[in-house]
Design a protein around this ligand. Structure first.
Ligand code: GYE
Length: 325
């Protein structure tokens, strides 16, 4: 009886979700009858990083025997909120999500808390003052990634005299990695007054966005020396724009990015990108481990930071053959 009514609720919410354009709501899990059910509201499929992250979460759920309900929010906060509400209705054991932007989550997080469903923030965080609204936050230190990018530029420009004009391709407006990568980079380049961000605009973490904004920069901004892109995909889009304008990426204009996914690492090994600060998308195993602990009422750390490194062109050549994504 209970099962039947639950199935009806499931079907209705899946319908409601797709009718509202909330993306696919697929069940990729292999969990057992009494195993853990996780609702996962993903940002979208905007980048190579995201694709690798989604695959890793789905694989890790299968390996852990966790039944995964997966939603792609197509980079829209309203879709993520709908998905979370649907998971609350379905009475999943745990909700995990990667918030598309930092603000505006208190209401829906309170709803999950009132329903007794723990929430794990994955990859990106929220700015809620009440940290009891979520169990833990698993993800990278985005400020550090921005700092590493900026520190490389300070060192690389040490021998050059005169101004270094930087254009910045920002990630999604209001997203934690966009805000933090900007902050970290600006803090690092403050060490050299010759380094100046002369134009800065969002490319929404996509290749087409990066290309479009770079085309506009090339028209409107004189003497660009460096592109700082908040992810590989936007940097790859900028490469296309620079080449179309008859210039050589990596030489005429230097390029620094964040992520280190395969396409980015390939461009780095070819000298089209000059430096990448790594951001690790393989969060699946840690996420499933945290989910099991949280559901079993065990203590978990409030913050779990992913380990990452940086790559020069030479290091990318070495790392590429064994790179998993
Ligand atoms: O760097 C970017 C993606 O949130 C860390 O989102 C993630 C970022 C990643 O679109 O490529």
């Amino acid at each position: 009886m209970f099962r039947k009514s639950l199935m009806t609720t499931l079907a209705v919410s899946a319908l409601a979700l797709s009718a509202c354009g909330g993306g696919d709501n697929s069940d990729a899990g292999g969990g057992s009858e009494d195993g853990i059910t996780m609702g996962f509201a993903q940002v979208g499929a905007e980048s190579g990083w995201r694709t690798a992250n989604t695959k890793d979460v789905q694989d890790a759920a299968k390996a852990a025997g966790i039944d995964l309900k997966f939603t792609d929010a197509q980079q829209k906060q309203e879709n993520q909120i709908k998905a979370i509400r649907s998971y609350i209705q379905q009475q999943v054991d745990v909700i995990a999500f990667s918030p598309v932007v930092e603000s505006g989550w208190d209401t829906v997080l309170k709803e999950a808390k009132d329903a007794g469903i723990p929430v794990i923030l994955t990859d990106r965080s929220v700015d809620s003052a009440d940290t009891s609204l979520y169990a833990t936050f698993l993800g990278s230190d985005f400020v550090q990634e921005g700092k590493s990018a900026g520190e490389w530029l300070v060192e690389d420009s040490a021998a050059t005299d005169g101004p270094v004009n930087i254009v910045e391709l920002q990630g999604t407006t209001g997203a934690a990695p966009a805000l933090d990568r900007k902050e970290g980079f600006e803090a690092a380049i403050a060490a050299d007054p010759d380094l100046k961000i002369v134009s800065s605009q969002t490319g929404d973490f996509t290749r087409s966005g990066g290309k479009q904004v770079m085309e506009a920069f090339l028209k409107n901004t004189p003497d660009i020396d460096v592109v700082y892109a908040h992810n590989d995909d936007m940097g790859l889009g900028a490469i296309e724009a620079i080449e179309a304008a008859g210039m050589v990426p990596g030489k005429d204009i230097k390029i620094i990015t964040v992520d280190a996914v395969k396409d980015g690492m390939t461009a780095l090994s070819e000298g089209k990108i000059n430096f990448i600060a790594e951001c690790n998308p393989l969060l699946g195993a840690q996420l499933m481990d945290l989910a099991e602990k949280v559901v079993n009422g065990e203590d978990v750390p409030a913050r779990v930071v992913t380990e990452e490194t940086t790559f020069t062109s030479e290091q990318a050549k070495e790392a590429l053959p064994t790179r998993k994504y």
